[in-house]
Design a protein around this ligand. Structure first.
Ligand SMILES: [Zn+2]
Length: 257
């Protein structure tokens, strides 16, 4: 085994570690994304709760107004009754037909006024019935939503715990792998990941095309990469590129595809 071959073996192993590291980083990213998205569903349900609470508040206010309006109309009718009693009393003391007509008019006006109030009360009774029904429906919906919120909060808390467990295991795996990587290779990888905000190690496609940016690599560089004796980067996007057919990378590359 000459120096070149053993160096090549080391680099191929490093590349395998890099690909594993990349897989773990992708999992970590997914976990963190899911963790960040979790409160969103809860926020949407809580918004619905707030909306129903506002509707209920408005309906309760309308109900109170309708009830007080109805009470006022009822008081007016009671007043009419009193006036009517007084008019009837007057009637017994009537002497002339002129007086009689005046009291008759009073009766008539009183009757009309009472009848109008009764119509209003009828409408208010219907409005009150509708408000009460709507309030009941909204109260039931609200209770169901609040129990949804409670269930969702529990589910979210459970899922967060699961994710945190997975993340901590993945971080442990990452640390172990990072320890097996050469310092320069690791820092190159970390820099690319930071800069590209994503995949840092990509296989070459047919004819030496970088699968990160789709640029065709110069043939000379392609030849070097095929020998898999060095860790090379795409001159365009700077991602680490590797030749997929390298037999001892077989397993790792299949899994990343
Ligand atoms: Zn590229």
């Amino acid at each position: 085994m000459d120096i070149q071959t053993s160096e090549g073996t080391v680099l191929r192993e490093q590349l395998t570690f890099l690909l594993e590291l990349q897989k773990i980083d992708e999992k970590l990213e997914d976990s963190e994304q899911e963790r960040a998205d979790l409160p969103e569903k809860l926020r949407a349900i809580k918004e619905d709760v707030g909306r129903i609470e506002r509707i209920l508040e408005q309906e309760r206010q309308q109900l109170a107004e309708a009830r007080s309006y109805k009470a006022a109309r009822e008081a007016e009718i009671a007043e009419d009754q009193e006036l009517l009693a007084k008019a009837k009393h007057k009637m017994s003391a009537v002497r002339s037909s002129k007086e009689y007509l005046a009291v008759q008019r009073e009766f008539e006006a009183n009757r009309r006024h009472t009848s109008e109030r009764e119509d209003e009360i009828g409408k208010l009774v219907e409005a009150i019935r509708q408000f009460e029904q709507s309030i009941k429906t909204h109260e039931e919906a609200l209770a169901a939503m609040k129990s949804d919120v409670a269930a969702e909060e529990q589910a979210t808390a459970r899922r967060i715990e699961e994710i945190e467990g997975a993340v901590s295991a993945e971080r442990g795996e990452r640390e172990e792998l990072a320890g097996r990587l050469r310092r320069d290779v690791l820092s190159k990888y970390n820099n690319i990941r930071r800069r590209r905000k994503g995949v840092a190690v990509v296989p070459l496609g047919e004819g030496g095309v970088c699968r990160g940016c789709n640029m065709r690599l110069p043939p000379q560089l392609y030849n070097i990469i095929q020998r898999a004796a060095t860790i090379e980067q795409c001159p365009n996007c700077h991602r680490i590129v590797y030749f997929e057919a390298a037999e001892d990378l077989g397993e790792a590359t299949e899994a990343t595809d």
